[in-house]
Design a protein around this ligand. Structure first.
Ligand SMILES: Nc1nc2c(c(=O)[nH]1)N[C@H]1C(S)=C(S)[C@@H](COP(=O)(O)O)O[C@H]1N2
Ligand SMILES: [Mo]
Length: 181
């Protein structure tokens, strides 16, 4: 094989790989997101393993452990946390992938926190921007002081996501996500 052949082969492998990562499980009409890692097989919950998130799906409530969340396509980006006023590289699951998993992608959703707080996040926002339910910050579990273990973060762009209009969307201590009834 000649060098140009090899180069072309390498390029096509790269392109195929990133295309798979971008469109993982997603209809072609969805804006592509670039993932840090594709989905892994869902691990079975171990006896006593803690449920981290309840996802009220169309076919009942999915109860997900941290390992099961970590097995979903992983989003990763650095963003300034609106309330902490500190930048972290967050990793987590996009609200779009969670909604798809629950069978309600495209519907406005409600995010509930363990302190009784809840808010609505519009489909037009989470379907088009990689708003994520983060489970790690700078590669570490998110502490309570950092508003973890599960916390909603919004990407650095577009800038409107960092205005007061969106401050309520930065939900800390998330425990449940459901479609808006
Ligand atoms: N878990 C939880 N998340 C939350 C809230 C809350 O009370 N509990 N308040 C929300 C609202 S309405 C806003 S405006 C911001 C509040 O951030 P601040 O306390 O820095 O103003 O966090 C949001 N996330
Ligand atoms: Mo608020």
């Amino acid at each position: 094989m000649t060098l140009p052949h090899l180069a072309r082969l390498a390029l096509s492998v790269l392109l195929l790989h990133s295309a798979a990562a971008q469109t993982w499980g997603a209809p072609a009409s969805w804006k592509p997101f670039t993932y840090a890692r594709a989905a892994q097989p869902t691990p079975v919950r171990k006896p006593g393993e803690r449920i981290m998130l309840e996802l009220d799906g169309t076919t009942g409530t999915l109860k997900l452990t941290l390992r099961q969340l970590q097995a979903m396509p992983a989003m990763r980006y650095a963003t300034l946390h609106r309330q902490l006023k500190q930048t972290f590289t967050y990793q987590g699951v996009t609200l779009r992938d969670l909604a798809a998993r629950g069978g309600f992608a495209g519907k406005d959703l409600r995010v509930y926190a363990s302190n009784g707080y809840f808010t609505t996040i519009k489909a037009s926002d989470y379907m088009n921007e990689p708003i994520m339910l983060a489970y790690s910050a700078d590669g570490q579990a998110i502490t309570t002081l950092q508003k973890g273990p599960l916390t909603v973060v919004l990407p650095a762009q577009p800038a409107r996501l960092h205005t007061g209009e969106y401050s309520a969307a930065w939900v800390w201590y998330v425990e449940r996500i459901a479609p808006l009834k």
